[in-house]
Design a protein around this ligand. Structure first.
Ligand SMILES: Cc1ncc(C[n+]2csc(CCOP(=O)(O)OP(=O)(O)O)c2C)c(N)n1
Ligand SMILES: [Mg+2]
Length: 284
């Protein structure tokens, strides 16, 4: 039985918060077991993924390749543990498969592969490719006159890749109001703050100057996330950008805002302490 199966009318902010907590718990457990992963970014993206898969996206786990499905591209593919967990919770594959993450011959590789995992829409590892792929998908839907939408989640450090800005120009040029970019704005990339490495600010103004409709929200407020995703398109004829203000490592005191937790593997003691702080999901 899938304990996350959605009861009618239960898509409240509270429920999404519980789901996000379980995404955090399970992601940390997977990184600990496999001794590889990116827990800081898994934790910052958990609420965004819960709101997408349990509120916004029109997907059917029983028909993962249905032509009319919404597409979601996890451009920050290093945070695959959060993505795999969310897909399993939503019913794309058994929750028990998550135990095989990053084991030899497991389809759940250290970065997502669309040919191996139901629900994964694009292979992502090299940063800067998810948004260009999403622009192509959204343009295809528009040319076909199809109603499905495309959502893509990037990291903020990832936006330093120039390919994103070429894609941003193209999205506005083609008037892709069916495209929504979510930026996980946790202000930390690998090893240091974004603003120290190559600054992004003023980020919202940059996207507006490129012709996008932009909203800045709290990326851990599940109600705000769900309401914002429900409000797309924000303006006719413009692609949508949601800058989700987040905390890298959100939910665990000794992981929050610590750059080294970008890819630190928790020790036995750290995992136990983290799970203790993250009590209160649906599985407890
Ligand atoms: C083109 C490319 N360069 C470098 C890397 C290695 N890398 C993986 S994650 C990461 C940092 C990403 O930071 P950010 O986009 O802010 O992600 P988050 O904070 O959400 O984890 C880097 C440099 C990569 N995957 N691709
Ligand atoms: Mg970041």
């Amino acid at each position: 039985m899938n304990i996350y199966a959605e009861p009618e009318g239960a898509r409240t902010g509270d429920r999404l918060r519980y789901l996000a907590r379980d995404i955090r718990r399970q992601s940390l457990t997977m990184v600990h077991r496999a001794k590889v992963g990116h827990p800081g970014g898994d934790l910052s993206a958990a609420d965004i993924l819960a709101a997408l898969y349990f509120s916004a996206l029109r997907v059917d786990p029983q028909r993962p390749t249905a032509p009319d499905r919404d597409r979601f591209i996890m451009s920050k593919g290093h945070c695959c543990c959060a993505l795999y967990t969310t897909l399993a919770m939503r019913g794309f594959f058994p929750f028990s498969d998550l135990a095989d993450y990053a084991q030899p011959l497991s389809p759940l590789n250290g970065h997502p592969n669309r040919t191996k995992v139901a629900g994964v829409e694009a292979n992502t590892r090299p940063l800067g490719h998810g948004l260009p792929v999403a622009v192509g998908a959204a343009l295809a839907a528009k040319l076909d006159g199809a109603a499905w939408r495309t959502f893509v989640l990037t990291g903020d450090g990832e936006l330093q890749e120039g390919s994103n800005w070429e894609a941003a120009m193209a999205a506005a040029h083609f008037g892709l109001e069916n495209l929504t970019l979510i930026v996980d704005r946790n202000r930390i990339q690998q090893g240091a703050p974004t603003e120290t490495i190559i600054r992004l600010e003023p980020l919202a103004e940059k996207f507006r100057a490129f012709g996008w409709a932009v909203r800045e929200i709290d990326g851990h407020d599940c109600t705000a996330l769900s309401d914002t995703f429900a409000a797309v398109p924000f303006e006719p004829g413009r692609p949508n950008c949601v800058i989700a203000g987040t905390v890298k490592g959100k939910g665990v005191s000794f992981i929050e805002n610590r750059a080294e937790w970008h890819h630190h593997v928790p020790t036995d003691g750290e995992l136990a302490a983290a799970l203790e702080e993250l009590k209160g999901g649906l599985d407890r």
